[in-house]
Design a protein around this ligand. Structure first.
Ligand code: AMP
Length: 121
């Protein structure tokens, strides 16, 4: 487990800066290892990003390096969804620019609060 002192952090990473409190965000929940904050450009009534405090580029790297931390991220996503979306939600990890990833600090999109369609294209 990493403490604040030896946390994996990358300079100029937007989400590392949000985790550090250097960039403001609408934080809805947090744990020792993960933070959940509202997406600045919401696509649904509930659209929250859940990030590990440690920097990992994407979900495949996180799963390979620290699978327990990925489980923590999923647990926090569930906590957010229980509180804000009746426990029914989509959890999306865009992986790679072609798939729509624009911030290369892994984040799960917790999307819900309405009936969701299925058109990921
Ligand atoms: P992705 O495109 O999957 O990498 O998702 C990145 C998400 O971060 C997008 O949905 C953006 O709207 C969101 N985003 C970008 N900057 C911020 C910010 N400062 N605070 C909250 N969400 C942000």
């Amino acid at each position: 487990m990493s403490s604040a002192e030896n946390r994996l952090s990358v300079p100029d990473c937007l989400f590392c800066r949000i985790v550090a409190g250097e960039v403001p965000a609408d934080v809805v929940a947090s744990t020792e290892r993960a933070v959940a904050f509202r997406d600045i450009n919401p696509q649904a009534p509930v659209h929250v990003l859940v990030v590990p405090r440690d920097h990992h580029a994407d979900v495949t790297q996180l799963a390979a390096v620290d699978p327990g931390l990925l489980a923590d991220v999923v647990a926090l996503a569930d906590e957010v969804a229980q509180e804000h979306a009746g426990g029914q939600f989509r959890l999306v990890f865009n992986t790679g620019a072609e798939a729509g990833q624009s911030v290369f600090h892994v984040h799960g999109h917790v999307i819900g609060g309405r009936r969701l369609g299925w058109s990921p294209a």
